[in-house]
Design a protein around this ligand. Sequence first.
Ligand code: HEC
Length: 132
Amino acid sequence: MKPMRVALMILLGLVIGVLGTTQVMSVLAARNPMPKAVMETMGYHMGALSHALKAKQCDPVKSQQHLQRMQSTATDIVPVFGIDEKAFTDKAGELQGHLQQAVQAAPTDCAALAAAVKPVGDTCKSCHQQYR
Ligand code: HEC
C-alpha cells in the first residue's frame, strides 16, 4: 500500500473509533433510568402531599408515609446522579435535612403539613433552577 493510503486508513479508523465511542456513551446515558426514576418517585410523593393540602384532607398516617418515602428516596440522589459538584451535593444534603425535620415533625393536620413541606419544596425548586 502507498503511504498516503495507509495514512487515510489510519485516519478513517480513528474517526470510526470516535464516532463509536460517542454512540456507546449516549446509549449508556439513555439506558440509565435511575436519575429520572429517583426524581419521578419524589415528584409522585410531593404531588400526593400537595393534592392533600389542596383538598384540605391531610391524613397524618398518609402524610407520614409520603414524607418517609421522600426521605429515603432523597438519599439516592447523590450516588445515582454522579454529579460531584459541591453545590449539587450541598443541595441534596439540604433536601435530606428538611425531609428529616418534616418526618420528625410528623404533621397531624394541613397547617403543620404545609409548614413541613414548604422548605422541602423550596429546595427542590432551587436545585432545579441550577441543574435541571
Ligand atoms: C440536588 C439537586 C436536586 C434536588 C434537591 C431535587 N432535584 Fe429533581 N431534578 C434534578 C435534576 C438534575 C433533574 C433533571 C434530571 C434529568 O433530566 O435527567 C431533576 C428532575 C426532576 C423531575 C423530572 C424528571 C424527569 O423525568 O425528567 C422531577 C419530577 C423532579 N426532579 C422532582 C423533584 C422533587 C419533588 C424534589 C424535591 C423533593 C426534587 N426533584 C429535588 C435535581 C434535583
